[in-house]
Every structure is written in structure tokens, then in C-alpha cells.
Design a protein. Structure first.
Length: 138
């Protein structure tokens, strides 16, 4: 029986840099005020993202933390997103595109679905703020 080897996935230097030294990885201590969390994906399916956003008193994103399980592309996307979110309003953050980040990182096409999972996590975390805001108004 002859083994068939697939071509290794090639990542650019930016992806490898964020994979080797991810920025803002981790989580906020339990009970930290102003934090909205969301989780998408599953380890069983090869990718899981737990994204936490912390709002400052000015209503802008003060910090982003994440815990991620996945390939270098998934880790790099989370790392880049965590840097981009700081200082944005919720509306500005909602306009970020995971696919635009994937293109910027020049991710191989088979790995770009990680960007969709990242967008799901971001939308869910932002949605946590919208739900809290609606409860406060009621």
C-alpha cells in the first residue's frame, strides 16, 4: 500500500507570527464587569473559539480576550481580531469582516472558513451587549 501525502498548508509570515506569539489570548477573571462572552465551534469538529469582550466606561471595547482550539489560521485570526477591536464602538466592531481579515492574512482558501467561525463568535459576543442593553431599558 502506498501512502499518499497531501501538500502541506502554506501560511504567510503574519499568520505564523500570530500563531507563535498570539496577542491577548486568555480570559477575564470571573465576574469582571462589562464582559460579554460567546463560544462557537467545537473541538470535536476541529475548531473552537471562546471570545470575550470588555467594554469601557465610554462604551468602547476596552479589551478582547479569547481561548482558541484550532489550526494556525484560527489562532492568527483571533489574535488579529483582538488587536483590531480595542477602542472600537459596538457598531464599528459589528462592521468588521472575518473574511477581510482572512484575505489580509492571505490565508489558504481551505482555511478561510475559520473566518466565518470568528465572525459568529464576534456577532454573538456583541449580541450579549445588545441583550443586556434591552433588559436595562425594560
Amino acid at each position: 500500500m502506498k501512502a499518499v501525502a497531501g501538500a502541506p498548508m502554506e501560511y504567510g509570515e503574519a499568520v505564523l507570527e500570530h500563531f507563535r506569539a498570539p496577542r491577548n489570548a486568555g480570559s477575564f477573571p470571573p465576574g469582571t464587569p462589562g464582559v460579554s462572552e460567546a463560544a462557537t465551534g467545537t473541538r470535536r469538529h476541529g475548531r473552537e473559539i471562546r471570545l470575550s469582550l470588555k467594554l469601557g466606561n465610554d462604551g468602547r471595547i476596552e479589551a478582547c480576550r479569547y481561548r482558541v482550539y484550532g489550526c494556525p489560521a484560527t489562532v492568527a485570526l483571533c489574535s488579529v481580531l483582538s488587536e483590531r477591536l480595542r477602542g472600537l464602538s459596538l457598531d464599528e466592531a459589528g462592521k468588521l469582516s472575518g473574511m477581510a481579515l482572512a484575505e489580509e492574512l492571505r490565508l489558504p482558501v481551505p482555511k478561510r472558513d475559520a473566518a466565518l467561525l470568528l465572525e459568529d463568535a464576534l456577532r454573538a459576543a456583541l449580541g450579549g451587549y445588545n441583550m443586556a442593553e434591552k433588559r436595562e431599558r425594560a
